[in-house]
Design a protein around this ligand. Structure first.
Ligand SMILES: Cc1ncc(COP(=O)(O)O)c(C=O)c1O
Length: 233
């Protein structure tokens, strides 16, 4: 419960009326109420601390913004993984076809696409998951698997998308220092404990651009208990 300023004033007036013959009592009561008000106000903030502590993502500059202060006409944007060649004609044709059905809910399970992918890679359709980019899938994994006092492990200063999702989850995350900008898989393995549920590895890493080899990964995965989910991109 958060006491509104107005309610507090009404309370103070009531106490004053009751104890007008006892000015000292009046003062003490008001003081106690003020302290509890401040305590309730700060301890019951609507936004959890781990959300307040998040820093907003700062995207790379847009080409239009760079043009406003640079004479260079040929500006190539390297951030944000955008394709400078634009969408393929095939995808434009397909997008035009489906726009005619925009008044209907699409198949949210993406059955046809999952069936095609399962066939292509000879795997069960239940093992194919679709998402709006891999960040959407990371978010699903975090929301689906974490509960109680589960914990996560990843590398410090690795991919910001995961850092934001993990910190926003409110679960304890062990951010392991990099070794000269490389993922330190030995130290990550040492951090594994009974509560470890998710280990996130970006390979190659973003933004460092460093990577670990298959044999290093094979050694690492032997140390990961079966109940932990290794998410690798
Ligand atoms: C390591 C890593 N993971 C995930 C992503 C998110 O990409 P997307 O959601 O397009 O798959 C990026 C994007 O830069 C990335 O660098």
């Amino acid at each position: 419960m958060i006491i509104e300023e107005k309610e507090l004033t009404q309370l103070k007036v009531k106490i004053h009326d009751i104890s007008k013959n006892y000015p000292l009592v009046d003062l003490i009561y008001i003081y106690i109420i003020l302290i509890s008000y401040k305590f309730i106000h700060y301890s019951m903030s609507l936004v959890p601390k781990y959300i307040k502590n998040l820093s907003p993502y700062v995207p790379g500059r847009r080409i239009e913004d760079v043009k406003s202060f640079s004479d260079t006409s040929n500006i190539i944007k390297l951030s944000s993984n955008e394709n400078p060649l634009g969408p393929s004609n095939k995808s434009i044709i397909e997008a035009r076809k489906v726009i005619k059905n925009a008044h209907r809910y699409p198949d949210s399970s993406g059955y046809n696409l999952r069936k095609l992918l399962a066939g292509k890679y000879s795997i069960n359709i239940d093992n194919v998951i679709l998402g709006n980019g891999s960040e959407g899938i990371m978010s699903t994994i975090i929301r689906t698997f974490l509960h109680g006092d589960d914990q996560l492990i990843s590398s410090e200063d690795s991919f910001i998308g995961f850092r934001v999702l993990a910190n926003a989850s409110g679960y304890l995350v062990h951010w392991v220092k990099t070794d000269n900008y490389y993922y330190d898989l030995c130290s990550i393995a040492k951090k594994i404990n009974k509560k470890t549920k998710i280990i996130y590895l970006a390979n190659p890493d973003n933004p460092t651009g460093t990577y670990f080899t298959k044999s290093v990964f094979d050694d690492f995965i032997k140390k990961v208990p079966r109940k932990s989910i290794g998410y690798i991109r």
